[in-house]
Design a protein. Structure first.
Length: 377
């Protein structure tokens, strides 16, 4: 009987690097504490995000092991990209024969990893299971639903996500463990403090004197009318006294240029920043405007009000507690939301996403289930 549990972790996009870092640290701590029942992890980087600012820098900055495999899939249509990943991941899984295939979030890498594993009868564990926007136009929503329905272990961040799965008939193998992103935020916020002042000085801003904005979802970047409304709204709220800091995603840069859109002088457009720099900027922002699910949560983690540039969110707790306001991609609505979120009475901050011990819970559960199956003793 084997005494070593083998896990293949699939990553490919920015948020997954951060989540995987927390779990890798928990695995390393487990191996140091219980060396007689060590866990072997192989990290597969699909190459979904492949420029330095969006991938390699995270392995360097987050101090996680270099990926054992880099599939270098790159960009392409959803079908093309997912198909290439599926083929390449299948080869890795056949070679490694892991006990678990661990997938994160809702990207094409997530779905490809889950599909490849399921077809090989390799158990799938999904971190961040049960999230639903109830908008099937979003590619991420399709990825979430399909991944959840072929997973053997479903690690849910909130009570709401557990209920979402139950409503779809999924109740076995479901664990409410908290949000692994909160683990990472708590871990890295101390490191970000060391560069916080330098980051603010480089951009010539003071704490709480700026809005922080991020735009990357295809529903906003690929729609000229929606993107124009967002740009116009940012131009209107940006003043000398409260500028807008906008780390611009490469996809958004391309769309802004193609549509001939312009930002005014009080919108400071900068290149994508590192994770630690982003934490520093989030922590000191007056309000955060974003279409990113991860940034919405991080705003909540930092006790910073958020305006979400979408009509729905998977993180309903942030809205219900008053810390987050949803808005359509319409100029007037966005401007009003920025004012409103700064004035509404918010409920006291609550640990909706756990206590920062999600990664150890995931590792313990993977090991316990393997013991139950007789894979390890």
């Amino acid at each position: 009987m084997n005494k070593r549990l083998k896990i293949v972790s699939i990553v490919g996009a920015r948020p997954q690097f951060i989540k995987a870092a927390a779990v890798s640290r928990a695995i390393a701590k487990h191996n140091k504490t219980i060396p007689d029942c060590a866990i072997a992890e192989k990290i597969v980087h699909t190459g979904q995000h492949y420029d330095k600012n969006m991938s390699k820098v995270f392995f360097d900055e987050l101090d996680i092991p270099r990926p054992d495999y880099n599939l270098e899939v790159g960009s392409g249509s959803h079908g093309e990209q997912t198909g290439k990943m599926l083929q390449a991941i299948e080869t890795v899984l056949i070679e490694q024969e892991p006990n678990w295939c661990l997938v994160y979030g809702d990207t094409n890498s997530t779905l490809a990893g889950a599909l490849a594993a399921a077809k090989l009868h390799t158990p799938v564990a999904h971190v961040e299971a049960g999230l639903r926007s109830f908008n099937r136009r979003m590619p991420e929503e399709i990825n979430r639903v399909l991944t959840d329905h072929i997973s053997d272990l479903l690690f849910c961040p909130t009570d709401t996500t557990v209920k979402n799965l139950a409503s779809e008939g999924i109740s076995e193998g479901v664990y409410r463990v908290g949000d692994v992103m909160y683990d990472s935020t708590l871990f890295y916020i101390k490191k970000s403090k060391r560069i916080e002042q330098k980051t603010l000085e480089r951009l010539d801003i003071e704490p709480k004197s700026y809005y922080l904005a991020t735009i990357h979802r295809a529903e906003n970047t690929d729609d000229e009318s929606r993107l124009n409304n967002i740009v116009c709204a940012l131009n209107e709220i940006a003043t000398k006294d409260c500028s807008v800091i906008l780390p611009l995603h490469p996809r958004t840069v391309k769309s802004v240029n193609n549509y001939g859109l312009k930002f005014n002088g009080n919108v400071n457009v900068i290149q994508s920043v590192s994770y630690l720099q982003m934490l520093a900027l989030e922590n000191n922002a007056r309000v955060i405007l974003t279409d990113s699910g991860g940034v919405q949560k991080e705003a909540y983690f930092h006790h910073v009000p958020c305006v979400t540039l979408r009509e729905e969110t998977e993180w309903v707790e942030t809205v219900e507690s008053g810390w987050n306001v949803l808005t359509e991609a319409e100029k007037g609505a966005i401007v009003q939301a920025v004012t409103r979120v700064g004035q509404i009475e918010r409920a006291s901050w609550q640990p909706f996403y756990g206590q920062g011990q999600t990664a150890p819970s995931i590792v313990n559960c993977l090991l316990a289930r393997a013991v139950e199956k007789g894979v390890v003793r």
